[in-house]
Design a binder for this molecule. Structure first.
Ligand SMILES: Cc1ncc(COP(=O)(O)O)c(C=O)c1O
Length: 401
């Protein structure tokens, strides 16, 4: 038995055991059912998850696949992206966004982020089309569970005549300022069921959403070696199937996703208010201005829905490591999403990007800290995190000045 005090002291970045304890009774029978059926690949659970996901994302089709990275590859391949093409994506994102572009032999064209939301910057996107002539698609990311400025990105895509693949790996159920679900407005949307996502499997998994019948048919074929009918291959696809055990688990977890995302929103609102009361501002204001040297995430615009897959604060770069250490000393887990923007990753050195080209992303990489935000956090844990962050920043800024 853990005591309330012990729970309050230890706050991991994410506690999947706490979530599992609340759904064990629902999960065990469905896992047993799949095992008893010995039907592991394809079958009714996959079909049901696809139907439920299409409903949830408000799209015509949803197509299961092995993970969120493959989902991007399959989407781009279905759109005809091939070696020699360029595909625009943000530099401030998880590696898979650009790695998936590269897997098709295409070249990622990076753009900066908006300094307040850290989502893809529309101005930087527009500018990239002036410098690069063969951009064939845009892959915006809905970072940390907040929708990017999709109106602006879709307008640019339309002007340029290119499709949009929304990387919604971190954003299932997120809604933009128009109240539209992410993954439903672009040409294709992609999801990840990596366990740390708001809807996470018991392993890897992914989903692709679209309203386009022909693209849906092609992606269903491509995820299964391009095979249609059986043992006939007009094009080469890959083995990227979602398995039935994952689908069974995800179907159970889908019953809870809205409650879990609401829990994350409540936790975010609590942190926001604690930090604001201590003199912090939101990330719409540069850190150099007064008050507590902390910026909490900018709230989603009215009508939008931020699902807080991550709650990322900004602190001055020179104290970030010390603040993380203070929090670790108090048994509070944190992470840096992301320490190196993709244009500065060694593996992309041959693309000839240099330090200073995307200043907002480079600054965010030095200042960002993600705090525990999962819905199972209890009030004592939340209070411990908020108080510890505030105290650490006060102490560290006082000793730095
Ligand atoms: C923005 C983004 N894109 C793509 C992916 C790739 O998803 P997966 O890990 O399921 O391949 C992730 C996973 O973390 C992600 O965060």
């Amino acid at each position: 038995m853990t005591t309330a005090t012990a729970v309050a002291v230890h706050v991991p970045l994410l506690d999947l055991k706490a979530q599992y304890a609340t759904i064990r009774a629902e999960i065990e029978p469905v896992v047993k059912e799949v095992i008893e059926s010995q039907y592991f690949i394809g079958g009714p659970k996959i079909a049901e998850l696809e139907v439920e996901t299409a409903k949830y994302c408000r799209t015509k089709h949803a197509i299961g696949c092995a993970n969120g990275s493959d989902a991007i590859v399959l989407a781009l391949q279905a759109l005809g992206i091939k070696a020699g093409d360029a595909v625009l994506c943000p530099t401030f994102t998880f590696f898979a966004t650009a790695g998936s572009v590269h897997r098709l032999g295409a070249t990622p064209v990076f753009v900066d982020c908006d300094p307040a939301t850290l989502n893809i910057c529309p101005e930087s996107t527009r500018a990239a089309f002036h410098c690069h002539k063969n951009i064939k698609a845009i892959v915006p990311v809905h970072l940390f569970g907040q929708a990017c400025d999709l109106d602006a990105i879709l307008a640019i895509a339309q002007e340029q005549g290119v499709p949009v693949v929304e990387d919604a790996a971190q954003a299932i159920g997120t809604e933009d300022a128009q109240g539209k679900r992410v993954g439903s407005r672009g040409t294709i949307g992609t999801l990840s069921y990596f366990p740390s996502k708001n809807l996470g499997g018991f392993g890897d998994g992914g989903m692709i959403t679209t309203n386009d019948d022909a693209l849906a048919t092609r992606m269903m074929r491509l995820r299964n070696h391009g095979m249609e009918p059986k043992y006939y291959h007009d094009e080469i696809g890959m083995n990227s199937r979602l398995d039935a055990l994952q689908a069974a688990v995800l179907l159970v977890k889908m019953r809870h996703i809205d409650a879990w995302s609401a829990g994350r929103q409540r936790n975010a609102a609590y942190y926001d208010s604690q930090f604001a009361n201590a003199g912090a501002l939101d990330s719409g204001t540069p850190l150099s201005t007064g008050g507590l040297a902390l910026r909490f995430p900018k709230a989603a615009p009215r009508g939008a829905r931020h699902i807080y897959n991550q709650y990322t604060i900004r602190v001055p770069a020179e104290i970030r490591d010390a603040v993380r250490q203070d929090l670790a000393d108090r048994k509070i887990g944190t992470e840096i999403y992301y320490p190196v923007p993709l244009h500065l990753q060694k593996c992309f050195a041959d693309l000839n990007y240099a330090k200073g080209m995307f200043p907002h992303a480079e600054r965010a990489a030095l200042e960002a800290i993600a705090l525990p935000i999962y819905p199972d956090l209890v009030p004592a844990q939340l209070a411990h995190v908020a108080a510890s962050v505030i105290e650490s920043i006060r102490t560290r800024t006082a000793s730095a000045s």
